[in-house]
Design a protein around this ligand. Structure first.
Ligand SMILES: [Zn+2]
Length: 475
């Protein structure tokens, strides 16, 4: 192991308590996307304290920030997220116990996501400073991954144009830097306007906006037979009227439309817009379409994935205390073997059957899944069209833990989560140092990126004048 990396690891080891403390504070804040005021300030302040130049309020989002240290090329980016999920409040106990009724919780572990990146950026800075190295390390504080794709706004506004490579870490049940892609997505609301009337006394005077919502959903559900296998369409009815004796003059649905490539998604999306118009025609109501946000599919990068796996192996997986393992065992009892099998199979990890009897992932597999697609979406994808980008995972929870669950919230605030956070910070730091100091590796990653993009063009999914919905939680 090079001396370079050792000094970065030493900084992380010596500041373990500080790092875990910050992660736990963000866990407690549990702030929703676009209003992560305390969480983003905590991370930005810490970076500033360590000599980073910090721009706050980036891309029109008060909770986005960019922290930079160093000068010139290469510019290596590390991304961090810190938004929580609604309704998932949970105590740090291995049974379902709400901490604060109706409040958010870190069911995707973004308390760790933001902190592992922050710690790595500072550790890399210490090493670069000590060795008098050229180059720039840049931490991107990225809000609202879960709902409004903060990074897509940052990409549109040019924040990633001069970055040569980008890495980030996401909590997972596996130690992985897989090659799988994600689904491109559009998020859209349909507002239907009809006419109120007495539903008993004069129904013939009314035009039901709820009928339009229902007929539109029926139309879309018939469309499902004619879309590609990997597409995903899901909706909720946000507003369906007030009470049965009033014909609903207003109703609203919210849709996500997903497919592996942006053009495949757009084909289905445009069809759904037509179905909405059809539903309005059938019910003699009017429809207004409100596009919210969209993102691309992930472009993987084998060069960087391999660097990450090599660094994971050099650093070595964390060791857990008896207390950590006891907590983990209790959590594991809360889901059935079928749930675990389903999750492991879906990962498409070669030899996943081996993990069936294991509590925590104790392997570091080679990157897998080239050409495969996972059926979620992420705004990391849009960054991956700008520069070679890899988001890797480390096991912050037991195998089989469902994403966005109370079990995930609990584990992201205790022992296994803490140790995985420190491990991930070291992996991020080591990989950033590789990309900063090993020109061949960086050039190889960039060449691979060029080849994967080929002649495909990136056009921002959001229009130039589209603003982040900052008032969304007040509506
Ligand atoms: Zn997440």
């Amino acid at each position: 192991m090079s001396v370079d990396k050792k000094s970065a690891f030493d900084w992380i080891e010596n500041n373990k308590e500080l790092i875990i403390g910050i992660s736990d504070k963000i866990w407690e804040f549990a702030e929703l996307g676009l209003i992560e005021f305390k969480s983003s300030a905590l991370l930005a302040d810490e970076l500033e304290k360590h000599g980073f130049r910090v721009e706050r309020g980036s891309a029109g989002m008060p909770t986005a920030f960019v922290a930079t240290w160093g000068e010139g090329k290469p510019v290596i980016g590390i991304m961090g997220e810190y938004d929580a999920l609604p309704g998932l409040s949970q105590k740090k106990v291995p049974q379902k116990e709400t901490l604060e009724q109706g409040k958010p919780g870190h069911g995707c572990g973004h308390n760790i996501h933001g902190t592992s990146g922050m710690a790595a950026a500072i550790a890399v800075k210490k090493t670069m400073e000590r060795d008098n190295r050229k180059g720039t390390i840049r931490f991107f504080g990225c809000p609202a991954e879960e709902n409004f794709s903060g990074k897509v706004f940052m990409v549109r506004d040019g924040y990633f144009t001069d970055v040569n490579a980008v890495i980030s870490h996401h909590p997972s049940t596996m130690n992985e830097a897989s090659m799988m892609s994600s689904l491109a997505v559009n998020s859209v609301k349909f507002h239907f306007y009809g006419k109120a009337s007495h539903a008993g006394g004069s129904p013939e005077q009314g035009r039901s906006a709820l009928d339009a919502v229902e007929l539109m959903n029926i139309g879309v559900n018939y469309l499902r037979e004619h879309v590609i296998q990997d597409a995903r369409i899901h909706y909720v009815i946000e507003k369906g009227g007030d009470q049965p004796n009033v014909v609903p003059p207003y109703a609203r649905s919210w849709y996500y439309v997903r497919a592996p490539e942006r053009d495949q998604m757009e084909f289905i999306y445009n069809w759904i817009l037509d179905i909405a118009k059809g539903a309005a025609t059938m019910t003699r109501t009017e429809v207004k379409t409100e596009f919210l946000e969209g993102s691309y599919n992930v472009i993987p990068n084998r060069t960087i994935s391999e660097l990450i796996v090599k660094n994971m192996r050099e650093i070595g997986l964390p060791r857990y205390s008896d207390e950590d393992l006891k907590f983990a065992e209790e959590i594991a009892k809360t889901f059935t073997p079928e749930m675990k099998i389903a999750q492991l199979r879906k990962s498409k990890r070669p030899g996943w059957e081996r993990l069936l009897d294991k509590l925590i992932d104790d392997e570091i597999p080679d990157p897998w899944g080239e050409g495969e697609v996972s059926h979620g979406s992420t705004d990391v994808a849009d960054v991956s069209w700008q520069a070679p980008t890899v988001e890797f995972g480390t096991a912050t929870g037991v195998l089989g833990t469902p994403g966005h669950s109370w079990q995930a919230v609990a584990q992201n605030g205790v022992g296994v989560g803490h140790k995985s956070l420190i491990f991930a910070a070291k992996v991020l730091a080591a990989t950033a140092i590789d990309l900063l100091t090993n020109e061949d590796a960086l050039n190889k990653a960039r060449e691979e990126h060029r080849q994967r993009i080929g002649n495909k063009k990136y056009t921002s999914p959001i229009p130039p004048d589209h603003k982040p919905p900052l008032d969304v939680w007040e509506r």
